[in-house]
Design a protein around this ligand. Structure first.
Ligand SMILES: [Zn+2]
Length: 401
């Protein structure tokens, strides 16, 4: 009965399946007046605009039909990308364009209270900078370096986030945000939390490889994680643990202690943190994954050698992952991204996986770089809030208030 609600029409318009009133009638089978009525709901909310269509649309010289489009400027999203030692926050419009951005040192191991309060403070400052009020914000998206339970937004047993296990992140984020902005309504702000590799994969697939039906991204920074996008949707597994390949245990490194408490994990020998330790032991003091990145940038020979070896270890694990998923694209992202690591990955991947599995596989590096997490977080919030059912609920709430 609700087959073609206003929310459904919005989806048809946003996806480009139907962008004029006539096309909407044809696709949905609704009458002209019903389409008009539903579109009025969307116009009243400020979600749509109507523009003169391309003259090519009217080859016979008739009046060009008016084109409907989603108004990506009618609201903004606040996003934060949390790494272990620093964070990046931004105000983005609904099309993913950054309006203001800030990044700074922020230690995730200070715990959720302090970290979320600092993010809220940064959000408030950024909003002030853009001249926008809280009422312009439709939601908050957080990218975190740990497994996330989608339903509750809680982080589950995250090795890189001590003190965050099962902490009510969305509730606390809302509260902190409300405390830093004066307007009412902030305490009802939707807050969505997702794993960083998942969000990076989501953003990179949408932006650079929209036709790729099976997309795999590996993030190697402090830890190692994978994000999988299948048919345009993030693949999370049953409780958000999918892709946590950093804790697959290698048989030949029994003494390497991992942050998760086990020995021999891939992350204990091939992550940015592990390489920082190995470099330091080799006489090149390096504090973190980003320190390794700096050494690689200047071609430091030990860093280059270790990155290539790390690439081989990751490539060995990826042979299994790629065989299972048969992706069209394998994207390498994070601090170690670069020729030595990539060479190592390719060596083992092509040696261990069947040629049939890798015949059409493109191995590429990140396109969005440090912005992938924020772009993914913004896209997640927009896709959630403007999905048909959610959009209809929000329209009903607006009409009632
Ligand atoms: Zn581990």
């Amino acid at each position: 009965m609700n087959q073609a609600s206003a929310g459904h029409l919005l989806r048809l318009i946003r996806s480009g399946q139907a962008t004029t009133r006539g096309e909407l009638q044809r696709v949905t089978g609704l009458s002209r007046s019903t389409v008009g009525h539903r579109l009025d709901q969307l116009f009243r909310a400020g979600w749509l605009r109507e523009t003169a269509g391309d003259p090519v649309d009217a080859p016979t010289g008739g009046r060009p039909s008016l084109r409907l489009e989603f108004d990506a400027s009618h609201a903004v999203v606040l996003c934060a990308d949390l790494e272990t030692r620093h964070a990046r926050v931004a105000v983005l419009d609904l099309g993913g364009t950054t309006l203001a951005e800030h990044s700074g040192a922020l230690l995730i191991n200070q715990g959720p209270d302090e970290v979320l309060d600092r993010l809220a403070q940064w959000f408030a400052l950024l909003l002030e900078k853009t001249g926008l009020g809280t009422d312009a914000v439709c939601g908050i998206g957080l990218s975190v370096p740990g497994p996330v339970d989608r339903a509750s937004g809680r982080v589950l047993q995250p090795p890189l986030m001590p003190g965050w296990d099962r902490y009510p992140v969305p509730e606390r984020m809302r509260q902190a945000f409300a405390a830093h902005v004066s307007e009412s309504g902030a305490d009802r702000m939707p807050v969505l939390v997702e794993n960083d590799a998942n969000l990076m994969a989501y953003a990179e697939q949408r932006r650079g490889f929209p036709d790729c039906a099976a997309f795999l991204l590996i993030k190697v920074s402090t830890g190692i994680g994978a994000g999988v996008v299948v048919d345009g949707e993030m693949y999370r597994g049953i409780d958000g643990a999918a892709g946590d390949i950093g804790h697959i245990r290698l048989s030949d490194h029994p003494y390497a202690l991992c942050r998760c408490g086990s020995y021999g994990c891939l992350a204990a020998v091939a992550s940015g943190r592990a390489l920082a330790e190995q470099l330091t032991a080799a006489g090149v003091p390096t504090a973190s994954g980003s320190g390794v990145r700096d050494q690689l940038a200047i071609g430091q020979p030990d860093a280059v050698r270790l990155a290539r070896e790390a690439g081989r270890l990751v490539g060995g694990v990826l042979a299994t992952v790629v065989t299972l998923l048969n992706p069209g694209v394998l994207m390498i992202a994070g601090d170690l991204t670069g020729p030595p690591f990539l060479t190592g990955v390719r060596e083992l991947l092509y040696q261990r996986a069947m040629p049939r599995t890798t015949a059409y596989l493109q191995v590429v590096t990140s396109r969005l770089g440090d912005r992938a997490g924020l772009a993914g977080a913004a896209a997640m919030v927009v896709e959630s809030l403007y999905a048909p059912e959610h959009a209809d609920r929000r329209l009903a709430d607006t009409a009632a208030s």
